[in-house]
Design a binder for this molecule. Structure first.
Ligand SMILES: Cc1cc2nc3c(=O)[nH]c(=O)nc-3n(C[C@H](O)[C@H](O)[C@H](O)COP(=O)(O)OP(=O)(O)OC[C@H]3O[C@@H](n4cnc5c(N)ncnc54)[C@H](O)[C@@H]3O)c2cc1C
Length: 360
């Protein structure tokens, strides 16, 4: 079977959903395809696992409940310049396609599920991960980037009596942030009882974890490997391998066009557009791409993309965090609360012209 669509959007993450919403609002007919049947605010997942009752299912919403245009649930296994092929054997041809297939964390599937593609299954997956955490006395988190730092903080807030160790391979947490943010995050986690150890690169070795730098070994009831983000671009390898760079990211020009293909665009975590990989940035890119496409369709001149100023807020539990603005780093509650209060859920759905599901 072969359907045809004007604009096909591959991936309903922050980038794909926002571009779909803005193009639909601009009058274009779009088709969004995702292997899941729900959108999910990734930022909220660590708190969702640490204490599911706080946010309930509010991070998630069925695409069919809020996407304008057509939604198709399906896993794309191959693509060329005019057609995608799904795992179920169907194909969909398009005039233009937007690749927004994002990224995954293979060692931490609770962050972005690799198997629970149905809303109810995902709810179950979160509950099961929570039960595992409840029964562990000691927890080791490997990787002191944003994910490891936030997860350590959420676990310490939910379970003040657990033995929590956060191991990082360099000598500061949050490598890509400013020194003040790194220091404040360390102080906040330490105050919550998290033991932070630096210059450690742990790998599984039998029943324990061994550091390849120091030869230390460490044991914990539960280990979370908060490292190793990979772009979801394998489906391009068959017919469009030339568009991928060495990291597997889709190469784009300053108009978000896939290099060499005027009918293809790519943005968000799967693209080489920005080195920073953030959901908020992905959604902003989505808005900008929609504006460019609608402007070009009216025969007007399109502005080249330039990275907007980025604010990064890392929360270190339910009551603390660091907010990095282009002009400084702050820990004031009213700034941290921009994310902390509901982990950004309401703001994201508002951007998509919708509301989150009610907390039940
Ligand atoms: C725990 C955690 C906390 C985070 N916290 C923050 C934060 O506080 N602030 C922030 O800005 N960013 C945060 N991030 C980063 C943020 O989640 C990512 O940058 C963001 O998800 C990227 O959005 P995206 O739309 O590019 O891709 P994704 O969100 O990865 O979406 C891609 C979509 O494509 C679909 N897809 C992929 N391949 C296929 C295929 N072959 N066929 C069909 N569908 C496919 C996927 O199912 C998915 O829905 C966090 C990430 C994690 C893991």
């Amino acid at each position: 079977m072969n359907n045809q669509t004007d604009v096909l959007i591959i991936g309903g993450g922050f980038a794909g959903v926002n571009v779909a919403h803005k193009l639909s609002k601009g009058g274009l007919s779009v088709t969004l395809i995702d292997r899941k049947n729900y959108f999910e605010v990734t930022f909220a997942m660590l708190r969702n696992v640490a204490d599911p009752k706080l946010l309930g299912d509010t991070p998630r919403k069925l695409y069919s409940d809020f996407i304008d245009g057509t939604f198709i649930q399906g896993n794309i296994i191959s693509m060329n310049a005019s057609e995608v092929t799904l795992e179920n054997g169907k194909s969909i041809s398009f005039k233009r396609a937007i690749i927004a297939s994002g990224s995954r964390y293979e060692s931490l599937p609770l962050a972005k599920s690799m198997t629970a593609f149905d809303y109810a299954e995902r709810h179950q997956e979160i509950e099961e991960n929570h039960k595992l955490l409840v029964s562990a006395k000691s927890v080791l988190l490997i990787g002191g980037g944003n994910v490891g730092v936030e997860f350590a903080g959420e676990i310490a807030s939910a379970f003040p009596d657990k033995i929590i160790t956060l191991a990082h391979s360099t000598s500061t947490l949050l490598d890509s942030m400013k020194p003040k943010a790194q220091q404040k995050a360390l102080e906040q986690l330490t105050a919550k009882g998290v033991k932070v150890i630096f210059n450690r690169r742990f790998k599984k070795d039998g029943d324990s974890y061994k550091c390849s730098l120091s030869n230390d070994t460490i044991q914990a009831d539960l280990v979370y490997e908060c490292v190793g983000m990979k772009p979801n671009t394998e489906f391009l390898k068959n017919e469009l391998a030339n568009v991928l760079d060495k990291k597997g990211l889709v190469k784009v020009d300053e108009f978000m066009n896939v290099v060499g293909y005027k009918s293809l665009y790519a943005l968000g975590d799967c693209s080489a557009l920005d080195t920073l990989k953030h959901g908020y940035l992905s959604s902003v890119q989505g808005g900008m791409l929609a504006k460019s496409i609608l402007t070009a369709d009216k025969g007007k001149k399109v502005k080249a993309y330039s990275t907007p100023p980025v604010v990064v807020i890392t929360v270190t539990g339910r009551d603390t965090g660091v907010a990095q603005f282009p002009f400084g780093v702050f820990t004031a509650k009213f700034l941290i609360n921009l994310k902390q209060k509901d982990m950004g859920i309401n703001n994201m759905y508002k951007m998509f012209g919708s509301l989150p599901n009610k907390l039940s």
